[in-house]
Design a protein around this ligand. Structure first.
Ligand SMILES: N[C@H](CCC[C@H](N)C(=O)O)C(=O)O
Length: 281
């Protein structure tokens, strides 16, 4: 079967996008997604994202398979790429006013807006903070997980857990460049206290409005950026007293602007999404 695809990336977190508007189920299987994401034997990407048909209350539906074939609830960089992909499919690349899309996801309805400057601003919805919502067994089900000690690789880490529909474990360190991500990342990801695994963010606070972040993603490994992780990290920064509510998050692939709104308590993320090439596989 020949698969038409378009590659996009959000700060180097890259995705294969599939026009799936005419079928209710993804055109490829999780096993095929693993093959397509392979950077030597396939197209190469951190995941595959499907533009699926609308629901009664939304314009489109998004589903995503990580490069290991697992299906997460949401993807922040990915939904910015999806918004640009949809505009391409609708031949709306040259916009004269901001264009918003209501997208149904496994994390709820997420609304990206194409800005006139080419950036995409996304209403990422509310953070979930209770242990049962992450999910994690690091605290009792109806408790928050803020600055709890977790033993990983013989070291004790203070972690704060936040869900953006997908699980995030955030820890604050002196120097993110000193973290041996390939060694420590999988030990967090597969730790027994995370029954659905976890994404893990290592944060260095530059000041209350600027943090540096490196990430080991569930199902994708070390990526250059993680949108849901950046949102979760700002929430953790506020909850631990490290950050204000408007923060620039510097990732290896570039910067995201994050706001935890005092108005509706939603997270708003603003960043780029870049088309790379289209092809068939
Ligand atoms: N690996 C993540 C999904 C992709 C999230 C990340 N790429 C983002 O931009 O939010 C998970 O399994 O929860």
């Amino acid at each position: 079967m020949t698969i038409q695809f378009t590659k996009y990336h959000g700060l180097g977190n890259d995705f294969i996008l599939i026009d799936n508007r005419h079928q209710s189920e993804p055109l490829i299987t999780p096993e095929q997604a693993v093959e397509l994401c392979d950077r030597n034997f396939g197209i190469g990407a951190d995941g595959v994202i499907f533009a699926l048909p609308r629901t009664s209350t939304t314009d489109y539906t998004m589903r995503i398979f990580n490069s290991d074939g697992s299906e997460p609830q949401m993807c922040g960089n990915g939904i910015r790429c999806l918004a640009k992909f949809i505009a391409e499919l609708e031949n709306r690349q040259q916009i004269t006013d901001p264009v918003s899309y209501k997208i149904d996801t496994l994390a709820g309805v997420i609304t990206p807006q194409l800005q006139l400057d080419g950036q995409v601003k996304v209403d990422m919805g509310l953070p979930r903070l209770l242990a049962q919502e992450i999910p994690t067994t690091l605290a009792t089900a109806d408790e928050k997980v803020i600055n709890i000690s977790l033993e990983v690789a013989g070291q004790s880490w203070n972690v704060t857990c936040v869900s953006m529909g997908n699980p995030h474990c955030i820890t604050f360190v002196e120097d993110v460049s000193a973290i041996k991500l390939g060694e420590i990342g999988p030990l967090f990801e597969h730790h027994s206290v995370f029954p659905e695994r976890t994404n893990t963010e290592f944060i260095q606070v530059v000041n209350r409005n600027y943090i540096k972040m490196r990430v080991w993603e569930r199902g994708a490994g070390a990526t250059l950026a993680c949108g849901t992780g950046a949102c979760a990290s700002v929430v953790a920064g506020v909850l631990t007293g490290n950050c204000d509510f408007v923060v620039t998050v510097e990732l290896p692939g570039g910067c995201l602007d994050i706001e935890w709104s005092n108005h509706d308590q939603h997270l708003y993320m603003t960043g780029p999404a870049q088309r790379v090439f289209s092809g068939e596989y």
